[in-house]
Design a protein around this ligand. Structure first.
Ligand code: PFF
Length: 439
């Protein structure tokens, strides 16, 4: 338990498991490998790593700091730290973004549960690639079972969140994250031991610097934001549950490195298999839902590996979705004074309704996806670093960073990054995504 009677993370491992659980999600296992493949393999990877360290870590640290200093949800945090100022609008935007992201995220989670079911009942193994394409189109267009699974997924998310931080989010993250890690390592071992796997590793790791363009650089920053769960108050909310004795700097580094490691391991699990079976590293959702089942059906142990792969996706999605729901539940309980249980079921119920709309209407799905990832996250991230860098006051920032009793030797570097480097970089990505500037 944390200060006073506020619920909180009890252990250091619990903090890392929960925050890394939020960061590690569909963005790592599905999106990252594909984006790497599209943007020059190893060279993209280097740029991505640079961004995670130079911008992702400082932005994450800023969010954790806002949360722990204020001991509030993302909306209340700005009320406490900047009373009477309009900064709370950033908090409202975060709550809105959580609604939007979880609505479409839960739809994709429903697809992954459907594939877990298909893998378990051995319905993926004997079908042709044409049929795999057909299955995926049906799943995408709102077939009843994936939609049913989406509702089940939201119920699981709500069940964990309603149980609280320590007894819910921390407990299940500590259980699920090691499972996720074991699964991904098993998949990597299977993938790299396939004959012809080395072409896939080369594709992933050999840097081709000629492929680095301004667009590739911006893609890398966008991916870093989404993958690290930044810009909408997830890390601030989790930060508010971290004890004063914990180092926020170490937490930000550990979580960012874990997220990056899992993304790279996903690439190692996927590309060697794709290349070993002579398939083009296809684009978009098809890679995970069409290409991979085709590969599993041809490999030794395919039934088992298909099953654990889709289990991996479900677990990754679940530990991310609980963090999104928690942003809203913390807001409902602290600002609207609702009981936790009621707040959880209300928020989850509303999100499920929005999710149903996304499941049946791809225009709404894409609208939510694009608005949240391309607009709300970078905008939120921008204002969060500007707030901490220019508004919060250096003494407050320093005392929070040093609350564990150790001198934060990186303090001045951190200030330069959050005052100048990060806002400028985020502004460039944002303007580019809006089409206001074009590289
Ligand atoms: N980081 C998650 C992923 O990589 O799948 C997605 C996500 C979760 C984005 C939470 C934003 C967020 F606030």
């Amino acid at each position: 338990m944390n200060q006073g009677n506020r619920d909180g993370f009890a252990s250091r491992f619990g903090v890392i498991a929960a925050a890394a659980g939020s960061a590690v999600g569909l963005g790592n296992v599905w999106r990252f490998p594909y984006v790497v493949g599209e943007n020059g393999g190893g060279a993209f990877l280097l740029v991505y790593l640079g961004f995670v360290l130079a911008i992702g870590v400082p932005v994450m640290l800023s969010e954790l700091l806002i949360g722990r200093k204020s001991q509030r949800n993302i909306f209340g945090a700005f009320h406490v730290l900047a009373p009477g100022r309009p900064w709370f609008l950033i908090g409202l935007m975060g709550v809105g973004a959580a609604f939007m992201i979880l609505s479409f995220y839960s739809v994709v989670a429903g697809w992954t549960m459907e594939y877990l079911y298909l893998a378990f009942t051995n319905q993926l193994a004997t079908v042709s690639s044409v049929e795999l394409n057909q299955i995926f189109s049906e799943v995408k267009s709102g077939a009843w079972r994936p939609v049913f699974f989406m509702v089940v997924f939201m119920a699981m998310t709500a069940f964990i969140v309603k149980s609280g931080i320590n007894k819910g989010i921390e407990k299940y993250s500590k259980l699920l994250m090691p499972v996720l890690f074991v699964i991904i390592v098993l998949l990597c071992i299977r993938s790299v031991t396939l004959e012809g796997a080395s072409a896939g590793l080369e594709f992933l790791f050999r840097p081709d610097f000629s492929r680095i363009t301004p667009h590739v650089v911006l893609e890398a920053l966008g991916q870093a934001f989404f993958s690290l769960s930044l810009g909408m108050g997830v890390m601030a909310t989790y930060g508010s549950y971290i004890k004063k004795g914990e180092s926020l700097g170490k937490t930000a580094i550990s979580v960012s490195l874990t997220d990056t490691a899992i993304a790279i391991l996903s690439g190692i699990a996927i590309f060697p298999a794709v290349f070993a079976f002579g398939i083009e590293p296809g684009a978009g959702p098809g890679l995970v839902f069409v290409t991979l089942p085709g590969i599993f059906s041809k490999m030794i142990g395919g039934y088992f590996f298909a099953f654990i792969f889709f289990a991996l996706l479900v677990i990754a999605a679940l530990t991310s979705s609980i963090s999104l729901l928690e942003v809203v539940v913390a807001y409902f309980t602290e600002e609207l004074k609702m009981r936790r249980r009621a707040a959880t079921w209300l928020a989850a119920g509303l999100m499920t309704l929005l999710g149903l709309i996304c499941a049946f209407n791809s225009t709404v799905f894409n609208l939510f996806d694009n608005t949240s990832s391309n607009i709300l996250l970078p905008l939120g991230g921008f204002f969060i670093v500007v707030f901490v860098g220019w508004f919060l006051g250096h003494n407050i920032v320093r005392s929070e960073l040093e609350a564990d009793g150790r001198v934060a030797r990186y303090f001045h570097l951190f200030l330069v990054v959050i005052k100048i480097v990060a806002p400028v970089a985020i502004a460039l990505v944002f303007l580019n995504q809006l089409g206001l500037i074009n590289f």
